[in-house]
Design a binder for this molecule. Structure first.
Ligand code: SAM
Length: 189
């Protein structure tokens, strides 16, 4: 095989990789922007994630949440993402960080996943997902399970805790009827 052919093949692979990296999340309505490590740690602390518990990251992107949950909290971390590049990078990241035995990455639609084993659900999404997610989480999560959301809240549930500075919302199952307004009315004087 000539050098030119090898270069053309590598360039084509690079283009396909970048197109998939960008386009799959785009068609699902949001880019794979990762949450900052500091915000992830704060969210997992708020959720009181304990060693041996199972965390799901809905839309796990490049796997940063999974790696922190497994490496720093000793949890079992399961990520679901629609993107093949995101899935591959999250899996490779778990190998490089030595936590692949505690991390699972699945390619697919998290709206079709079974979340009944989750102790903690992490979601950095947008409010467009709220109607479907509220129904799904209420139907599938066990009592005592916790949900942490970054930058969006559930319109029909009162948070158990709210980090105003980092826009992190915590919910405990079963959910309490209300919303951020009812939470603030109780907690802000
Ligand atoms: C903002 S990123 C969050 C990444 C990661 N959770 C973090 O906080 O660092 C959102 C991810 O959700 C994925 N996504 C959006 N809708 C999805 C769906 N219905 N099923 C699976 N993945 C989805 C996108 O591909 C994208 O990678």
């Amino acid at each position: 095989m000539s050098l030119e052919l090898v270069l053309v093949l590598l360039a084509s692979l690079w283009i396909v990789y970048n197109l998939l990296d960008y386009l799959v999340p785009y068609f699902h309505g949001l880019p794979s922007t990762p949450t900052s490590r500091e915000r992830i740690r704060k969210a997992l602390e708020m959720a009181d994630l304990r060693a041996g518990e199972t965390l799901y990251d809905l839309g796990s992107g490049y796997g940063r949440v999974l790696i922190i949950a497994a490496r720093e909290f000793d949890a079992k971390a399961i990520g679901i993402d629609a993107g093949p590049v995101q899935t591959l990078r999250a899996w490779a990241g778990s190998l490089l960080n030595g936590v692949s035995s505690r991390v699972q990455v699945r390619m697919g639609n998290f709206l079709q996943a079974d979340l009944s084993e989750a102790d903690v659900v992490f979601a950095y999404l947008t409010s467009d997902y709220v109607p479907k997610l509220e129904q799904k989480l209420a139907a599938q999560l066990k009592p005592g399970a916790r949900i942490v959301t970054i930058s969006f809240d559930f319109s029909n549930w009162e948070p158990t805790a709210f980090d105003e500075q980092n826009l992190i919302f915590l919910y405990k199952m079963p959910p309490t009827a209300g919303n951020l307004g009812t939470y603030l009315a109780k907690h802000i004087r």
